[in-house]
Design a protein around this ligand. Sequence first.
Ligand SMILES: O=C(O)C1=C[C@@H](OP(=O)(O)O)[C@@H](O)[C@H](O)C1
Ligand SMILES: C=C(OP(=O)(O)O)C(=O)O
Length: 441
Amino acid sequence: MTSLSASKSSALTGTIKVPGDKSISHRSLILGGLAVGRTTVTGLLEGEDVLATAAAMRALGASVKRHEDGTWEIHGRGIGTLDEPEDVLDLGNSGTAARLLMGVVAGHPISAIFTGDASLRRRPMGRVITPLGQIGAAFHGRAGGKLPLCVVGARDPLPIRYTLPVASAQVKSAILLAGLNTAGETTVIEPEKTRDHTETMFRHFGAEVRVEDLPEGRVISVTGQPEFHGRDVVVPADPSSAAFPAVAALITPGSDILLEAVGLNPLRFGVFETLIEMGADIEITNRREEAGEPVGDIRVRASELKGIEVPAERAPSMIDEYPILSVAASFAEGATVMRGVGELRVKESDRLGTMARGLAKAGVRVEEGEDTLAVTGSSNGVAGDALIEADLDHRIAMSFLVLGMGAESPVAIDDARTIDTSFPDFAGLMRGAGAKIQERT
Ligand SMILES: O=C(O)C1=C[C@@H](OP(=O)(O)O)[C@@H](O)[C@H](O)C1
Ligand SMILES: C=C(OP(=O)(O)O)C(=O)O
């Protein structure tokens, strides 16, 4: 295991291009593999999660290649024509890859066995098994719907109308992907809006998607068996990754950084809204659109932050950003109370537990509730001097390295390898901006 340690850094400066959006990268490989003809993807995140999706799409019969210039080229044969994989599909650490691909397989007359690393094997899959079972797929696996499990795809997938019991773009996307191969209209109702990259990209590849805002929620319908044609996709920089250098700059006096070409989709932007409410000096310029997604540059300058209440309804738009928000809160004056965050317990780690334990170890006042987290910052700063267990969770690992950049004494993480799932070369990019991150021996 590579252990890294971060210590109090001087001002962070310069332009930082964080890697491509993870959600959009997964979807571009999957839809490219379902389309007839050539799809090219530029700016694909080459993190382990996305590479697991690339390998799975190859195992399902798509041609997926990387060119030397970093562009990816995908050729599929059309919806309904995937091959049965000859071996187990190992999705590593990626919940998105596992759940979206279960949707794809559920809608095809093939079987596949899904597994993942120790973190993915403890995550709940019942949330996709229930609706995909209604479509006609069968599942054989461990008690409680955990991986490894075998998906037997439906011979004649049925169109369903399903209301999401949990705000999850992964569940919504799994159902819509299975719906691609049904004769008829598949409808998902989401009482709380979640990221809409699947809907946007479905349209980009040629599907008919209807979206209505009704009293029961957002109603999304896709007409099955569209002709998907290969398309060009430009992946914006990931706002979830951008949040790490952004918070690092906010808590490091004198910092002034520019985050280039970041996705500004409002359903992903909750963390920046929250930081601005906390008093962050954040400015967005050069707004534009790429492949149907809004993009812009984000300038972040060191700021005095204050604690706030983060409303529960904002959770889906910043679900992956609570760990790094808790770090910002540790340097803010007063309490930051995060509500409605129970979903964090079923991510790569139990993020409420891992954050609460780690912050307490580093000397931060923190209270963990069943679905709340309250962090109280102090004008004395953060003590640090802690070794944190990342627990196979990239966002926990990066959050504590950022904490170390502002703390009085260094903060170390036991396993930095996990960062490669979503942000390869995080340490290199941060060092380039002035952060002090060292290998521990
Ligand atoms: O659809 C996606 O790409 C994602 C959805 C979210 O998960 P849930 O659907 O479980 O909320 C998020 O946490 C994950 O990192 C990516
Ligand atoms: C929860 C995350 O990803 P996934 O669900 O794809 O493992 C994440 O990246 O924070």
